[in-house]
Design a protein. Structure first.
Length: 172
């Protein structure tokens, strides 16, 4: 349908009804690491830029992509450096994640976090043969995961702000 000026109506409001909940699913995926949350948030901005088009939309997506890339780098370096300094290896986290996947299916809802902690503890217990050292390493690994999640949530917030500014600037 064309308006009086012969220009197609703005698709942004209709697209937002679908994209805002999708962005929320991305944030949910960050808090509950079942889905690749931050990439879903970035993908939402990409779909919006494709739908809306124009320089402002693509600049918005470019800024969001830069935030995403920075978050990926920070997500690896910040927790990784701390955990290595405290003696927790990358293999420990991978085995903890594998245990979390098993736990997700064995004990619905709470299985993933419980099995993640138990998996890390058991790996560190087999490594150190000392319960206190294993628990200290487990706490360190959990702090690293929380730092990583904090970086992702901060990036999602910055992407949301960037997207909001892009929406407002496109509507003006």
């Amino acid at each position: 349908m064309l308006d009086l000026a012969g220009v197609a109506p703005d698709a942004t409001p209709a697209a937002l009804w679908l994209l805002v909940p999708l962005f929320a699913v991305g944030v949910f995926g960050i808090v509950f690491p079942i889905l690749p949350g931050l990439i879903i948030c970035l993908g939402t901005v990409l779909v919006w830029a494709l739908e809306v088009g124009g320089t402002r939309a693509w600049v918005t997506f470019g800024v969001a992509a830069a935030i995403y890339l920075l978050a990926v780098v920070l997500q690896i370096t910040i927790p990784g450096r701390k955990m290595k300094a405290e003696g927790v290896g990358g293999a420990t986290i991978l085995l903890g994640l594998a245990a979390a996947v098993v736990g997700f299916f064995v004990v619905p809802v709470v299985g993933a976090p419980l099995f993640f902690v138990a998996g890390i503890y058991l790996v560190e217990l087999s490594r150190y043969r000392d319960g206190q050292r294993a628990w200290a390493a487990t706490r360190s690994a959990l702090k690293g995961v929380l730092r990583s999640m904090g970086v992702e949530l901060s990036a999602a917030m910055l992407i949301a702000i960037t997207w909001g500014v892009g929406i407002v600037s496109h509507s003006v």
